[in-house]
Ligand binder design. Structure first.
Ligand SMILES: [Fe+2]
Ligand SMILES: [Fe+2]
Length: 166
């Protein structure tokens, strides 16, 4: 199997950090939601946080399996305050869109370099990002219905308590 070219390896290492950052961000969001008594939303975010760690590990395992160097840099600061519960989900949705761009960039580079094993691994991420964006977009859609009505917020909380898919 061919070695991963240096610029591509850098992108993969950066992506490990991006996924770990997402994991931190969602955990911080879970804590914020918990504090506000929205236990269903909090549990949903906590599970998202765990999934993001698994994403980081997929990249990690891929590099280790190919005997490539894992180099984990510093994590960006993680916010702990938001202006509203809706604001939390808005930021999460925007974050997923950013990650989709990152994955597509790595994919383009992998194809350019003819790195089939990496492109193959990234297929899973391409599908996953479609799902992630859909999940958060649907939750945000619910917030538009309720228009800051507390009863509506509790209903969203109950839906998310049943795990995730809005
Ligand atoms: Fe992810
Ligand atoms: Fe994600």
């Amino acid at each position: 199997m061919t070695e991963i070219p240096a610029p591509l390896l850098d992108l993969c290492n950066e992506q490990i950090v991006h996924e770990l950052h997402a994991s931190h961000l969602y955990l911080s969001m879970a804590a914020y939601l918990n504090e506000r008594g929205l236990y269903g939303c909090a549990e949903f975010m906590r599970e998202q946080s765990e999934e993001e760690r698994e994403h980081a590990m997929k990249f990690y395992d891929h590099l280790v399996d190919r005997d490539a160097r894992v180099d984990i840099g510093a994590l960006a600061d993680t916010p702990s305050e938001w202006d509203s519960v809706q604001g939390v989900f808005r930021e999460a949705y925007q974050h997923e869109q950013t990650v989709t761009d990152q994955i597509e960039r790595i994919y383009d580079q992998a194809e350019e370099e003819g790195d089939r094993p990496l492109a193959n691994m990234l297929d899973w991420f391409v599908d996953e990002q479609v799902e992630e964006e859909r999940t958060f977009r649907r939750i945000l859609g619910l917030f538009k219905f309720i228009d800051d009505d507390p009863a509506g917020l509790l209903e969203i909380d109950e839906r998310l308590a049943e795990r995730g898919e809005a």
